[in-house]
Design a binder for this molecule. Structure first.
Ligand SMILES: *Cc1c(COP(=O)(O)O)cnc(C)c1O
Length: 405
């Protein structure tokens, strides 16, 4: 089946708008993706037809809302090939999922223990673990990166040991787009009995992870980077782990029985879902998965690989162009600088041309520190971007270069 990008673009209302009188060229997909009409409709439909609180009401609206929300959980379960539906915890997003697990380990670690983080992480996969180490006295170790923007796997034996209890790593780097060898990391971590949390926030718009095959202990992601709404995501955890971790927040929905003497907690997944959740968001997350499935992740991967190759080739023709993250396995993210022009200045000129890119440290200051730069310009492509948009970016960067040097 050929990939009809024009038809796909027509599914995204925002892509036809103008910015500063120019057609929008949206290349900030690593920060958040745009939303197809089907996802927008799912939200409108919920609020217009069956808005009600879930899991409690006997009335029809509440039952319809509960069914739709729980069906979304099952869609997500199937999409990620998760064994049991109670292993899918709805969260407000990746950051929430990581904090839930980090908080849960507070009583499971001692000052003798170590936890291992990769040098390529987003701040949200660093700071909660530093806070955990402060609470428990455990030591934070770092698996270094190398000049290609990939993990220095040859260093693993120096930082992973029988003392390591937890390893956390992103599946794909949001700053550089490089894909981490998580299969190897999971295998080596399990060999020393360490649990692994994978931050999939950047991965799930590009690939469809098979969590059963990966045998990962925890996997977190956000809907908003995969065509879904903001404020919703999932935490996958192996049932044994989720049983072991204490609840993250107390409140309604997460209890079995409450008296002033003692409260018993609800079964999974509700134990971790205190309070009224983002119901419309969960249902729309399901709609986003339906939408992506219908296009197909093989088609998405092929198309994006082409776009990445083309954009890399064209950008490298610009004098002074330096691309960070040159490892062989990467997704459609290009992080770059041109000569010594400040990334912010390039971003500002591109915006005047209708082109949206991200500039700065991309919530990954340690990665920028490694390269000894304040930040980069990051163009991140989705399956609805085109070669014409790549051309517009290249023209824009050349124009910025002329104006700024
Ligand atoms: C976006 C992102 C996050 C944070 O996700 P939120 O949706 O803001 O919680 C964490 N890690 C990576 C790799 C990301 O790309």
């Amino acid at each position: 089946m050929s990939f009809d990008v024009a038809a796909i673009r027509a599914d995204f209302p925002i892509l036809s708008r103008q910015v500063h009188g120019k057609p929008l060229v949206y290349l900030d997909n690593a920060a958040t993706s745009q939303k197809p009409q089907a996802v927008i409709d799912a939200i409108v439909d919920y609020y217009s037809r069956y808005n009600a609180n879930i899991h409690r009401g006997v009335h029809t609206l509440s039952q319809e809302a509960t069914d739709a929300y729980e069906q979304a959980r099952i869609k997500i379960q199937k999409h990620f090939n998760i064994k049991k539906k109670q292993e899918v915890i709805f969260t407000s997003g990746t950051t929430h999922g990581i904090n839930l697990v980090a908080q849960g380990f507070s009583n499971l670690l001692t000052s003798e223990d170590e936890v291992l983080v990769s040098a390529l992480e987003h701040h949200s996969n660093i700071v909660p673990w530093q806070m955990l180490c402060e609470r428990t006295g455990a030591t934070l170790k770092v698996l270094p990166m190398n000049a290609e923007g990939t993990l220095a796997m040859e260093e693993l034996e120096h930082v992973l040991s029988a003392k390591t209890k937890l390893v956390f790593v992103n599946h794909i780097s949001n700053a550089l787009g490089t894909i981490n060898p998580i299969e190897t990391l999971i295998e080596k971590a399990h060999a020393v009995d360490a649990a692994v949390l994978v931050d999939g926030a950047q991965a799930c718009s590009h690939i469809q992870p098979d969590l059963d095959a990966l045998d990962v202990d925890f996997y977190v992601t956000s809907a908003h980077k995969m065509c879904g709404p903001t404020g919703v995501g999932i935490l996958y955890g192996k049932e044994e782990w989720l049983e072991k971790l204490p609840p993250y927040q107390g409140g309604g929905e997460m209890i079995s029985e409450v008296t002033f003497e003692k409260t018993t907690y609800a079964e999974l997944p509700h134990k971790f879902e205190a309070g009224t959740p983002n119901i419309a968001g969960g249902i729309a997350f399901g709609a986003a998965i339906d939408y992506l499935q219908q296009i197909g992740f093989d088609a998405i991967a092929n198309y994006e690989a082409d776009l990445l190759a083309y954009a890399t080739e064209e950008l490298l023709k610009i004098e002074g162009m330096k691309i960070y993250g040159t490892g062989p396995d990467k997704t459609s993210v290009i992080s770059f600088n041109v000569g010594d022009i400040h990334p912010y200045d390039i971003g500002t000129i591109l915006d005047k041309l209708g082109i949206a890119v991200r500039t700065g440290h991309h919530c990954a200051q340690p990665v920028m520190a490694y390269f000894n730069i304040p930040g980069t310009v990051r163009a991140s492509f989705a399956f609805y971007n085109t070669k014409e948009e790549v051309d517009a970016l290249v023209v824009g960067v050349r124009k910025a270069q002329m104006m700024l040097s």
